[in-house]
Write a protein that binds this ligand. Sequence first.
Ligand code: SF4
Length: 646
Amino acid sequence: MSKKSIKALFAFDGLLAKAFDGYVEREAQIEMAQAIEAAIDSETSICIEAGTGTGKTFAYLVPAIKAADDSDKKIIISTGTKNLQDQLYFRDLPSIFDALGIHKERALLKGRNNYLCRYRLEQNLDSGRFKSRSMADTLVKVKQWTNKTVSGDLTQCPDLNDNDPLWSYVTSTNENCLGADCPDYADCYLVKARQKAMEADLVVVNHHLLLADMVLKEDGFGELLPEADIVIADEAHQVAAIAHAFYGHRLTSRQVNELCRDAELEAMTTAKDDRQLSVAVRRVEGAVNEIRLKLGDSGKKINWLQLDIKVRNDLLLELLREMKALSKRLDLNATRSKGLDACHRRSVEILQSLVLFEDKDLAKDSVRWVETYRTGFAIVETPLDVSEAFAQSRLDHGAQTWVFTSATLSQARKFDHFKSQLGLDSANELMLESPFDYQNQSLLYVPRDLPDPRNPKYIESWFNKIFPLVETNKGGSFLLFTSYYALNKVRELIESKIESSKLMVQGERPKNELIEAFREQGDAVLLATSSFWEGVDVKGMALSLVVIDKLPFAAPDEPLIEAKVQSMRKQGKNPFYDLQIPEAITALKQGAGRLIRDQKDQGVLVLCDPRLVANNYGKEFLTSLPELPRTRSQKLVIEFLENLNQ
Ligand code: SF4
């Protein structure tokens, strides 16, 4: 294989064509694969935007595997989600290795919260402390599953669904893992998965793990990933947002509560006589609950400086005082068991975080906020700009070639925003158009006469324009919203007008299940917000109408955006053009990309924001999308929908 050129491998009579039924030679795919091969040969980095349908997965896997075979290069492939990791590892990689006739060691590595922790499973089973009988039953089933699983990857455990509260009972965290001191270390699934990854030629990870490895997060196991020559980041538009989390600090009430729970569990077996330990645990839990109550509604992000001064003080001082008391008790008991020793270590780490947040002089180039959840909260601090840190981490990492690819890296055909966020100034660029025939497969409709989206009548007017299209569409309609407020309003308006079995709403079921039901139904109406703008791949008539409620600008009071905007203004930059528009374009491109998924797909994309036409910057959005024929006539759209092939 190694003697064959990329062009020959991808040719109509090449190895790939021989291996895959219905293989079609694609010019853009070959161009991408050749560009990656050139980057590997010249030890340079490249950013590649590959429109939907380019076949980018094969376009990066083939030159990477070829380099592993030709010159023993080690490769890390990083994706955006666990689903994509599984798809790559279990479906794409084996078929390409077979097609090319190559054998190389490969490994799949996920975050530690995906692997069953035998120690914590046993510890929780032994404790007998469950909130319900069904919790105990599920834990027993998870234990039985250990006889069948080799990987310990809990996403494959049929008895534990994604939202099960038991996840924290059967997985470990950086803080509570006992590492080499663990009695189950020799059989630990996570340890085995990491060892396999360290020995592999090609490892499939996700961006969180890649970043964790890059910033050398200390977690008791040393390095997470092996040294690599080539790093390929797919869905690379997500990397900057994830990097913010890794170059900052975060303390959550969950970390504190888990410490309390573990300390209590350990104390029940090895420190029963120290009643003060239980008292200290209760007091910390009490302080956490008090603070959560004071923070008010869930789902908020509150800038630290705008937080009530009393709440801020309570958050730090009260929690600090109670944590110090708990840490002292744990210190006194630390020699009684490895578990208690680990709990003491964790309490010291939490104290260090609290002291760090107590520092009044928040660095001027960072921002801090508090997030509230239904039963907890988090304090988050992150730098406003991660470009230098990321560039330094890349240097320290040592890989010679970095490939960043996605269908949405550019705005108005420029990579400037993406590259500046990650300090990729010297990386090469390549933009590849989608091979789809958008002129004949689709239509873009920008409705007339809608009020400004801030007008209170906007949603009602929007609905009057959109509902006739939904009614006409014989296939599935996907209504994407920029807020839950708009989604809920539309839900109220639409509920009485369509059969209940056809209406599907985000949150009713786990995302994957909902998408599967939408696909199977064929003519359903799915209402969803931001998390559905990406990763929904429904081909054919089951998704033939995509409606976007308005331009997806991030909320201006979102603390990170707000702080970046202020900082850019101080530097004399224009944050609207240099930040808010590029970010909104990326989100819009993702949402719009849900419509045409293959050569035969057809459908209508509706962008409902009068600013697209009324304001100059609307052009930036429109030139960033594939070239769909445009109309402002509802009549034409209805005719188009009526004529879609079923
Ligand atoms: S080493 Fe850590 S993850 Fe593995 S079983 Fe022990 S505590 Fe759990």
